[in-house]
Design a protein around this ligand. Sequence first.
Ligand code: ZN
Length: 246
Amino acid sequence: MRAILSDVHGNASALRAVLEDIDKRGIKEIISLGDLIGYGPEPIKCLEMARSFSVSLMGNHEEAVLFEPEGFSKKAQSAVEWTRKQLSNAHLTGGEDPFEFVGSLLKRHSEGGLLWVHGSPREPTQEYIFPNDIKRPHKLKPIFARFDQVCFVGHTHYAGVITEKLEFLMPPDLLNVYMIDQGKAIINVGSVGQPRDGNPKASYVTFDGDSVVFHRVPYDLKMTADMIYKVPELDNFLGDRLFKGK
Ligand code: ZN
């Protein structure tokens, strides 16, 4: 059994709650799909916790602190610059430079017909696969052609399943369980630290090779929001949105 999570976004309180939930299930193998940092107030703590994961992939926010932010709003850009400063001023336990760790993240991970990326198999760190894309077969067809069975993604912060028949299935409609023997599927694991699907609880999935189970974990979001409000470079909106899950 494995746990797959994404888009922690510097929200250490949410990540801690999710890791406790994973630990309670006795799961040791964790895959992160990227965006451990960016927007949130505790990037270093999140990187530190991620060092024990089995696989850790790169998201667009890791790419942005390493290189130049691309396609970011002014608020997001300010958060990137603040995050970069935090990384420049810190060391991970054992003395490792946080940029070394971030720079070592891979853009994709695959095992047989299974693929893990941050955004999309076509453009791993940047392209979004939105629920509404089921109306755009010309976009999704080439994406489905890039993997054989299941592709796990994050990036949109919106948990759910897109089937090869171009349906979008939300976790509540599935009673939180999706069997993967029904043709190809794109599984969006949602976001740990900044959900935007209307549910403020932290999102992640577990996967046993046959079925994907969607989980939501409550955490102290006021604590994270208050930390965001104290940092001028992090827009208050980044704290406000946590309460709404939007
Ligand atoms: Zn993200």
